[in-house]
Write a protein that binds this ligand. Structure first.
Ligand SMILES: [Zn+2]
Length: 341
């Protein structure tokens, strides 16, 4: 009996001195003293060897020992938990890693600028699906299946169902808006478009467009010209010269392409303008009566104009970017140059 009491006293001293610098040490402490084969259980087993008249006293000593072990365990556990929360193996007074500030993509900047300019003229923004059916991308735009102009816009068809394709222009949104039949319509439609083109410095299999559409009574070509004059002066500056050239699109009649005086050489002639002094920036025209009719609008009552431009092209002119592929390569050395723009 005296032996055991001496042992318990020693263990109690050990417990009071025990430390748990980490979770493993804490678990080892628990197993040693409080586990199913731990010291507390073992000593409880000694009870049967203790003479009856001493059982009471021994029981009290054992209980005190058990409590001491449990309390020490809780203390160590609490200390460890509060410790992990604030323990750093690095110097928290060092300055942090700088978070580099991103910038808008040049295509986004120019698209927003275009949208802003037309908003001031009362144009609202409309968007539509990039996966489109043949009717909204071609048919309704006066481009029936055998129309040769379809070759100008070779596209990607959905292999499971060739009735669906990736839109070749944002004109599908024009059709969808006109089909709603709410007139007048004054909208611009920015978005991504797809064409089966060989990727080069001047062409890509996907790019961005902004198209505009104004349909109401008595809309004339003069309205179209004034709207686009305003846009160009706002976009490129008051000194830019503009010219219209007759052109052909199946969905407009008459059709025109608009050039601006070369921003690089100021009209004297350089590589960018192929020494003509002019660069083409958009196509436009009066909405073809067939297109209006296809959308359920009476061409005898309403007229309209439409225009479309490539955002990449405008961006290349505005920021003098020579290769269209740079826009989609995600090279930060290129993108960083627009941080201040
Ligand atoms: Zn030039």
């Amino acid at each position: 009996m005296t032996d055991i009491l001496a042992q318990i006293a020693q263990h109690q001293a050990d417990i009071a001195a025990a430390e748990a610098p980490n979770a493993e040490a804490l678990e080892a402490f628990r197993i040693q003293y409080l586990g199913t084969k731990g010291l507390v259980k073992t000593l409880m087993g000694e009870m049967k060897n203790v003479p009856n008249e001493q059982k009471r006293e021994f029981g009290q000593i054992l209980n005190a020992f058990k409590l001491a072990a449990e309390e020490r365990f809780e203390t160590l556990k609490a200390a460890l938990e509060s410790n992990t929360e604030f323990s750093f193996d690095y110097d928290i007074s060092l300055p942090g890693d700088p978070l580099p500030l991103g910038s808008r993509h040049p295509i986004s900047m120019v698209r927003n600028r275009i949208v802003d300019i037309f908003k001031r003229l009362g144009f609202a923004v409309a968007e539509g699906p990039e996966i489109e059916d043949d009717w909204h991308n071609f048919g309704a735009l006066n481009l029936p299946e055998d129309h040769p102009a379809r070759d100008m816009q070779d596209t990607f068809y959905i292999s499971q169902d060739p009735a669906w394709l990736l839109r070749t222009h944002t004109s599908n949104v024009q059709i969808r808006e006109m089909e709603k039949g709410k007139l007048p319509i004054r909208l611009i439609m920015p978005g991504k478009v797809y064409r089966n083109e060989t990727i080069s410095a001047r062409a890509h299999c996907f790019f961005h467009q902004v198209e505009g559409l104004y349909v109401a009574e008595n809309v004339s070509f003069a309205d179209l010209k004034q709207t686009l004059y305003f846009f160009v002066k706002e976009m490129f500056g008051q000194d830019v010269k503009v010219r219209f050239r007759p052109s052909y699109f199946p969905f407009t009649e008459p059709s025109a392409e608009m050039d601006i005086s070369c921003l690089i050489c100021g009209g004297k002639g350089c590589n960018v303008c192929k020494h003509t002094g002019w660069v083409e920036i958009l196509g436009c025209g009066m909405v073809h009566p067939n297109v209006l009719q296809n959308c359920g609008i009476d061409p005898n009552k309403y007229t309209g104009f439409a225009f479309g431009m490539g955002i990449e092209r405008i961006t290349m002119l505005k920021y003098q970017v020579k290769d269209l592929r740079l826009f989609s390569e995600n090279d930060v050395r290129f993108l960083r140059q627009f941080t201040g723009a």
